[in-house]
Design a protein around this ligand. Structure first.
Ligand SMILES: Cc1cc2nc3c(=O)[nH]c(=O)nc-3n(C[C@H](O)[C@H](O)[C@H](O)COP(=O)(O)OP(=O)(O)OC[C@H]3O[C@@H](n4cnc5c(N)ncnc54)[C@H](O)[C@@H]3O)c2cc1C
Length: 308
């Protein structure tokens, strides 16, 4: 049986939902995990991580907070993976995970499968979309250590059948030299959800005409607790998203856009052109002028969300 490490990302002191997805994947594989996190006091996470079947928490102290310096963190993680003899190590395919795990893999000389939608840890086989989603590949990883990043929103978090009370092991970070310096962190729009992790996305294309008109999308997004996206921002060269619901407004459905949102569970399209390609891909379509449709739809959604 493989020995498994899961990288736990914290956001504002909370375990990210995407990490619970990773822990679910692990216990669904019939295995238990060592959770590895940069925290000075992981005591507050024991109950939550234990509910997802974590056996052990390794807290690396001295490197908590936003000044994460992946070049320093990667060295610490590589040492722990070696020292613990972890055969498999998985993190989220988030901005941070994409920065961190390739560095860890390089330090270990280990293979890394990125943007996975499934992993069989026993076989070391990762399932992942390739060539902008045109094929779904099964990639076999070999070697002493195997690393993976998992696409967010692929798995619904589920607690383990039997909860645990994980023990905490503390490892003090050894000094590393950051090669970069974070000068300033500029927060995104307050309260807005990260696109790649959002469950619902309301997205606008050139049909929105003007950035001012994105207010219409923001109003709907606020009502649904959604993130706001756009063509170009999502796609082959943009971000890959994987929400439960993707509402495309004034987006034609170009192949390059589709590549980044095709795994959305439900796609709704609003477009005035009944021949727009997006309708061939959408589960539900509204043919109409979005400037007329959106205000009405938002008002109706508000009523539904309020339970009127
Ligand atoms: C190498 C390469 C990489 C690319 N990467 C990406 C990428 O990552 N992501 C991406 O999105 N694109 C990408 N593109 C661009 C892509 O080919 C399309 O040009 C782009 O997706 C089109 O965006 P759109 O749907 O917003 O605009 P358009 O194709 O111009 O479509 C606008 C739509 O709005 C509708 N519309 C207009 N007015 C209204 C109205 N009042 N009410 C309702 N509907 C209305 C129109 O009917 C039309 O269907 C890439 C292109 C290349 C060449």
């Amino acid at each position: 049986m493989s020995s498994l490490g899961v990288y736990i990302e914290l956001k504002e002191g909370k375990v990210k939902k995407t990490n619970l997805e990773l822990l679910t994947l692990v216990h669904q594989n019939g295995q238990s995990a060592t959770a590895i996190m940069f925290a000075d006091d992981a005591g507050g996470y024991v109950e939550e991580l234990g509910a997802y079947g974590v056996e052990q928490i390794i807290q690396i102290t001295g490197l908590e907070g936003p000044n994460s310096y992946p070049e320093v963190r990667s060295g610490q993680l590589a040492e722990i993976i070696k020292e613990q003899g972890l055969s498999d190590f998985i993190g989220t395919h988030s901005a941070h995970g994409k920065d961190l795990l390739p560095r860890v893999a390089a330090r270990l000389g280990a293979p890394l499968a990125t943007d996975c939608i499934g992993v069989d840890f026993e076989q070391g086989v990762a399932t992942k979309p390739m060539y902008a989603g045109k094929v779904i590949a099964q990639v076999k990883l070999t070697g002493r250590h195997r690393l993976y990043t998992m696409r967010p929103n692929t798995i619904t978090p589920e607690k383990a059948a039997a909860g645990t009370t994980p023990k905490i092991k503390t490892v003090a970070a050894t000094a590393g030299t950051p090669l970069s310096q974070i000068k300033e962190i500029v927060k995104g729009v307050a309260g807005r959800i990260d696109l790649t992790e959002a469950q619902i996305i309301v997205s606008g294309g050139r049909g929105m005409k003007d950035k001012e008109n994105f207010k219409l999308l923001e109003e709907m997004a606020d009502c649904l607790g959604a993130a706001v996206g756009a063509s170009r921002a999502v796609g082959q060269t943009g971000k890959t998203v994987n929400p439960v619901l993707y509402i495309a407004c004034g987006i034609s459905g170009a192949i390059q856009h589709f590549a980044g949102m095709k795994t959305s569970k439900v796609i709704v399209a609003i477009n005035k052109d009944p021949e727009a390609p997006i309708f061939k891909k959408a589960d539900f379509g509204i043919v109409g002028d979005l400037f007329k449709v959106l205000p009405v739809l938002t008002e109706e959604l508000k009523k539904v969300m309020k339970g009127d």
